[in-house]
Design a protein. Structure first.
Length: 158
């Protein structure tokens, strides 16, 4: 084993989310996101357990420049760093607890939908913190407030 193995790590607040074709790295501290093709993100994913030089050897040194450019770019974007001791940087826990049975509800309303008061009563009884109502047709906010008898405490965003 070498004395100075260098690893590349994402900061704990930079959470990767892989999609079908792309991965987004969400920096939850700075509220920014970086999109990467999944092919590039594979290098980042492997780097937490594999030092940079070994990672390059795994790919027969074919992608050395790409790996260096990627990691240096993420460092310049304040999303990652190099270290000799990755074990000193544990992942941030994503565990989140709430006393509520439901935290949010999304209602999609079509033009011909019938929204009865009992729906809102059930939502209120559930103790749900947040409700998002999405109208799938053009509607005025004033009409929504009138028909639902919504209080002024409610944030109605368009």
């Amino acid at each position: 084993m070498k004395d100075k193995e260098v690893y590349f790590l994402l900061y704990a607040s930079c959470i990767p989310v892989s999609g079908y074709k792309q991965t987004v790295i969400c920096d939850i501290n700075n509220e920014v996101a970086k999109i990467l093709p999944n092919d590039l993100f594979h290098f980042v994913a492997q780097s937490k357990d594999t030092d940079v030089e070994t990672l390059k050897k795994i790919y027969h040194n074919e992608y050395n420049e790409i790996i260096d450019n990627l990691f240096n770019h993420l460092v310049s974007e304040n999303m990652g760093f190099y270290t000799n001791s990755p074990q000193c940087f544990p992942k941030m826990s994503l565990l989140w607890e709430t006393p509520h049975l439901l935290t949010n509800i999304i209602l999609d309303i079509k033009k011909d939908s019938v929204l009865e008061n009992s729906v809102f009563n059930q939502i209120e009884e559930s103790g749900c913190e947040t409700i998002q109502i999405r109208f799938l047709f053009n509607v005025e906010i004033s009409d929504i407030k009138k028909s639902c008898n919504i209080s002024t405490k409610v944030d109605c965003a368009q």
